[in-house]
Design a protein around this ligand. Structure first.
Ligand code: T5A
Length: 212
C-alpha cells in the first residue's frame, strides 16, 4: 500500500500550520482513514538534521548575512534528508502525510523572491526529492500584508519574515505562476476568511476529488 502526500504552501502567515492541524484532526476523526497514520511534518525541520538546518536558516544573522546560494543549498539539504529518511518510508508504509512546505517554496522564495535561476532550482529540487512530488498541494492564498500582519501578531519575526515587502510580493507572484503552471497538482484556497471557512474549503476539495 502506498500513502498520500499532501502539501501546504503560501506566503508568511497564510495559515498553513493552523490548517494542517485542523486537517489532521478531521482525517483522524473519519472512519475511512481509521487504519491510516495521519502524520504532520514540515520543511525545513522535519528531521533531526533538518531541525538544526531550520535554526541556521531562520534565526536572524545581522553580523553575516546569509548568501542566497548558501540559503538555497541549506533548504535542499533539509529536503534530501527529509525525503529519504522520513517521507519515502512513511509513504511506503501507507501513511497520509501532511507537509508544511515543499519544493514550491524553493521556487517561490529562492527563485521568484531571491531571483536565483529557476531551471537550476528545478534541477536541485529533482535531486533533493529523487523525483517525489506531492499528490496534492494546497496553496493558501492570502494578501501578503495580511499574512505578514498575522505572523507579526503571533510573536517574533524570523530572518525570512524580516525581508522587505517587495520580496514577499515576488514570492506571491511565484505561487500565482506555479498554480497556473500545475493546475492538476496545485489547488488555490482563499485563505482570507475565518479559519473554519478555510478548513471547509479544504475538506470539500478532498471529499470531491481526492478521497471520494
Ligand atoms: N522557505 C521554506 C524558503 O525560503 N524556501 C524553502 O524551500 C522552504 C521549505 C519556513 C520559512 O522558510 C522559507 C519560507 C518561510 O519563511 P515556516 O515555519 O514555514 O518557515 O514559516 P511561515 O510560512 O512563516 O509559517 P508561519 O508559521 O509563520 O505561518 P503559517 O503556518 O502560514 O500560519 P499560522 O497557521 O501559523 O498562522 C499565523 C497566525 O495567523 C492566525 C493564526 O492563529 C496565527 O496566529 N491565523 C488566522 N487569522 C485569521 N484568519 C485566518 N484564517 C487565520 N489562519 C491563521
Amino acid at each position: 500500500m502506498t500513502g498520500r502526500f499532501i502539501v501546504f504552501e503560501g506566503v508568511e502567515g497564510c495559515g498553513k500550520t493552523t490548517q494542517l492541524q485542523k486537517l489532521q484532526q478531521w482525517l483522524q476523526a473519519d472512519s475511512r482513514f481509521k487504519h491510516c497514520s495521519v502524520l504532520v511534518t514540515r520543511q525545513p525541520g522535519g528531521s533531526e538534521l533538518g531541525l538544526q538546518l531550520r535554526r541556521l536558516l531562520l534565526e536572524p544573522r545581522p553580523s553575516e548575512p546569509m548568501q542566497d546560494r548558501a540559503e538555497l543549498f541549506l533548504y535542499a539539504a533539509d529536503r534530501a534528508q527529509h525525503v529519504e529518511g522520513f517521507l519515502k518510508p512513511q509513504l511506503a508504509a501507507g501513511a497520509i502525510i501532511l507537509c508544511d512546505r515543499y519544493t514550491d517554496s524553493t521556487i517561490a522564495y529562492q527563485g521568484y523572491g531571491r531571483g536565483l535561476n529557476l531551471t537550476v532550482i528545478e534541477q536541485l529540487n529533482q535531486l533533493a526529492t529523487d523525483g517525489l512530488e506531492s499528490d496534492l498541494t494546497f496553496w493558501l492564498d492570502v494578501d501578503v500584508e495580511i499574512g505578514l500582519a498575522r505572523a507579526k501578531r503571533r510573536g517574533s519575526v524570523d530572518r525570512i519574515e524580516q525581508a522587505n515587502l517587495d520580496f514577499h510580493r515576488r514570492v506571491q507572484q511565484g505561487y500565482t505562476k506555479l498554480a497556473k503552471a500545475h493546475p492538476q497538482r496545485i489547488v488555490r484556497i482563499d485563505a482570507e476568511p475565518s479559519q473554519e471557512q478555510v478548513a471547509h474549503q479544504i475538506q470539500t476539495i478532498l471529499n470531491q476529488h481526492f478521497f471520494p
